[in-house]
Design a protein. Structure first.
Ligand SMILES: Cc1ncc(C[n+]2csc(CCOP(=O)(O)OP(=O)(O)O)c2C)c(N)n1
Ligand SMILES: [Mg+2]
Length: 312
């Protein structure tokens, strides 16, 4: 049962708004950019695009309510319906293309391969803090959470600079409440730059956060070493260096040496596995794993622009 005190239904004209006829015969509900949004925070409703149905609720309560209601109305999906067939075919296609990319271990690595091999090794109850553009967006789809309140990332407005602070707060929580739980902080190289010196705080408080930098020499993408050098040699650096590109192959892992420890610079899947294995043993300081990927690596092609376009 849904506790109506905590579940508020916005813009549902009547209890009967979701009928199978609405979904299947007209364009009323299907032909909109976002069919339904369920979110705990009222300010998130309609924040991205206008949704046909916006529900402020705990997701567990809302889905339970929806499935009970649909069941009581004996609503069912005809598995041969074109809408359902198209949806399942598309889901399968997506799964296969992600699988194909994540199995490609050729160097320089791509995002999907890196995340798959991180996901394979990290504890399933860890807290994941993450920020970046591609790093955060692709990471959300592969680095999964089984438990609630175990992901802290830059959220709707994508503000960079919050990742290490989040990781420190999460690690302090773990220290007192769940000493065996690990905090994994997955940062794009640009995102890391915003508050990277918080690593000093992690050393000071002996917090065993594992910082993983996904290094593509830039924001969304960058240049390989050679191209970057050529660009810089072509004129005044402030004029010729594109604002989205960062210094190529920066050895962020050397920050660890300021505190007398060693970080890891990884280019292959084996490097990543070894670095993670060793980092998971360290309990008295942060670890830093700097993973070089292909600076031109990109996300899987998106069909809908509204998934990625800026709202500002
Ligand atoms: C405070 C702030 N400044 C600037 C931005 C613009 N911005 C969005 S994502 C991003 C960094 C993305 O690059 P990176 O972290 O390297 O991730 P990548 O996409 O390369 O994987 C920046 C600077 C922002 N979101 N917040
Ligand atoms: Mg980057």
């Amino acid at each position: 049962m849904v506790d109506t005190k905590y579940t508020r239904f916005f813009n549902i004209a009547s209890e009967n708004i979701i009928r199978d006829s609405d979904v299947f015969n007209g364009y009323q509900l299907v032909d909109c950019e976002l069919l339904a949004l369920i979110d705990l925070c009222a300010e998130e409703l309609h924040n991205s695009v206008l949704s046909a149905v916006a529900i402020q609720s705990d997701i567990a309560l809302a889905t339970e309510y929806l499935s009970n209601t649909l069941r009581s109305r004996k609503w069912r999906i005809d598995q041969n319906h074109p809408w359902w067939k198209e949806l399942t075919a598309k889901a399968e296609q997506n799964k296969q293309s992600v699988h194909r990319m994540s199995m490609n271990i050729s160097v320089p690595l791509n995002y999907y391969t890196v995340f798959k091999h991180i996901q394979d090794v990290i504890p399933k109850d860890c807290i994941i803090c993450s920020e970046g553009a591609n790093t955060m967006d692709i990471g959300r789809t592969i680095l999964l959470n089984n438990l609630p309140r175990h992901r802290l990332d830059a959220g709707t407005f994508g503000t960079m600079g919050v990742g290490l602070g989040f990781a420190i707060a999460a690690a302090l929580y773990c220290k007192d409440n769940a000493p065996k739980k690990r905090v994994i902080c997955v940062e794009g190289d640009s995102a890391f730059g915003f508050s990277g010196m918080e690593i000093e705080t992690m050393f000071r408080y002996k917090l065993p956060v594992i910082i993983i930098i996904i290094n593509n020499n830039g924001i969304y993408s960058g240049f390989d070493n050679e191209t970057f050098k050529q660009i810089q040699a072509s004129g005044e650096p402030t004029q010729v260096t594109p604002p989205y590109s960062l210094t190529s192959e920066t050895h962020y892992e050397k920050l660890m040496e300021m505190f007398g420890r060693k970080g890891y610079f990884c280019t292959t899947v084996e490097d990543i596995q070894q670095a993670l294995k060793l980092s998971l043993k360290v309990m008295d300081s942060p670890s830093l794993i700097n993973i070089m990927i292909n600076p031109q690596a990109d996300r899987k092609k998106q069909q809908f622009n509204w998934l990625t376009e800026s709202k500002l």
